[in-house]
Ligand binder design. Structure first.
Ligand SMILES: Nc1ncnc2c1ncn2[C@@H]1O[C@H](COP(=O)(O)OP(=O)(O)OP(=O)(O)O)[C@@H](O)[C@H]1O
Ligand SMILES: [Mg+2]
Length: 284
C-alpha cells in the first residue's frame, strides 16, 4: 500500500536532512505507527507521502501512485488529518465539511453523520473559528474520513483531546481498520501505538532505526518482571524481580518461602521503555 525507499528531505536544500535514508513498506490493511520524539521527521515524512511536500530524493509509492508525479485521483483514495487543524474559521463546522466534500470525485459521507461520530453533532452550525483546539482537531479528523479513504494518514490523532474523546477516536480507527482501511499513524504516544499498531517504526533525528510489531519488540527487548508485595513483620515491602536473572529467581523463591504474600503481578516492559533502550532517547 505504501513503499518508501531511501527517502531524504532537506528544508534548507543542503546536507542538513530532516529525513535521512528512510525505507519501509506498509501492507494493505495494516496499522503502522511512526514513533519518535519532537523534531524526529514524522510530519515531514507524512507530508511527502501525502503530496504536501515535494519529493526531493528517494522513491515513494502510495496506493499504487508514484509520489514524484502525483495524480489527483490519488487524493480520492487517501484521507489526511494533520497535527495543525487547518479548518476555515469563517465557515461553520458543517460548511467546512460541505466545502471539502466537493473536492472529491468519489462518493462522500454525510457531514452531519461525521460530526456526530466525533462528538460535534450539536456544534455543526457554529463557526469553526469559535471552536476550541480539541474541537478543531476533531473536525479535521472527521474531514479526513469524508471520502471513505482506503488509506488514512493520521498525524497525532488524539493529542490534546480529553480521555473520553481520545478513546472514541481510537475506537473509530479500530473500526475502520477492521473494514480494511490501511492506517499510517504518527505519534509520540506509546500507549496509543501499542494499542492500535500492527507494527511500529522508531524514528530519531530523521533516521528510521527499527521496525517491528509491539509484541516482538517486547519479546526481544523487554525483560519480564514480577512485582511482589509481602508482609515483613508489620511492614509491607515491595520488590521488582526479573524472570530471567538467576539471583532474582532465587530471591523470589526466598520471599515465597519466608513471607506472607500480599500481591504479585507480572509486568511487561512498555513500548516507551523499549524505545528509550533502543534509541537512547526519551519520547518528548
Ligand atoms: N517548514 C519547515 N521549515 C524548516 N524546517 C522544518 C520545517 N518543518 C519541520 N522542520 C524541521 O524538520 C525537522 C523534522 O520536523 P518534523 O515536523 O517532521 O518533526 P516531527 O517528528 O513531526 O515532530 P513533532 O513530534 O514535534 O510533530 C525538525 O528539525 C524541524 O525543525
Ligand atoms: Mg509532527
Amino acid at each position: 500500500m505504501i513503499s518508501v525507499s531511501n527517502l531524504y528531505h532537506s528544508y534548507s536544500n543542503d546536507e542538513k536532512y530532516a529525513v535521512k535514508n528512510v525505507s519501509f513498506e506498509i501492507e494493505e490493511g495494516e496499522v503502522f505507527g511512526f514513533l519518535g520524539p519532537s523534531g524526529a521527521g514524522k510530519s515531514t515524512t507524512q507530508g511527502i507521502l501525502t503530496g504536501l511536500l515535494q519529493l526531493q530524493k528517494g522513491v515513494v509509492t502510495v496506493a499504487g501512485y508514484d509520489v514524484k508525479h502525483i495524480k489527483n485521483e490519488m487524493f480520492n483514495k487517501i484521507g489526511m488529518s494533520f497535527e495543525q487543524s487547518n479548518v476555515y474559521s469563517k465557515m461553520t463546522g458543517k460548511e467546512n465539511l460541505e466545502f471539502y466534500r466537493k473536492l472529491f470525485d468519489v462518493e462522500t459521507r454525510d457531514p452531519q453523520e461525521l460530526l456526530e461520530l466525533v462528538g460535534l453533532g450539536d456544534k455543526g452550525n457554529i463557526k469553526a473559528g469559535e471552536y476550541s483546539k480539541g474541537m478543531k482537531h476533531r473536525l479535521t479528523f472527521a474531514r479526513s474520513m469524508i471520502n471513505n479513504p482506503t488509506l488514512w494518514f493520521l498525524d497525532e490523532p488524539t493529542t490534546g483531546l480529553d480521555p473520553a474523546i481520545a478513546s472514541e477516536i481510537k475506537n473509530i480507527i479500530k473500526e475502520k481498520n477492521k473494514k480494511g482501511v490501511t492506517v499510517f499513524l504518527t505519534t509520540h504516544n506509546m500507549y496509543i501505538a501499542d494499542e492500535l499498531c500492527d507494527r511500529v517504526g522508531f524514528i530519531v533525528d530523521g533516521e528510521l532505526l527499527l521496525i517491528d510489531s509491539p509484541k516482538n519488540l517486547k519479546l526481544q527487548y523487554g525483560e519480564k518482571f514480577v512485582e511482589v508485595e509481602y508482609l515483613d513483620g508489620k511492614e509491607i515491602r515491595k520488590e521488582s524481580l526479573s524472570f530471567v536473572t538467576k539471583d532474582d529467581i532465587e530471591r523470589l523463591k526466598e520471599i515465597l518461602d519466608q513471607y506472607e504474600i500480599q500481591t504479585m503481578h507480572t509486568k511487561e516492559a512498555t513500548l516507551e521503555e523499549i524505545f528509550i533502550k533502543v534509541t537512547g532517547r526519551e519520547l518528548v
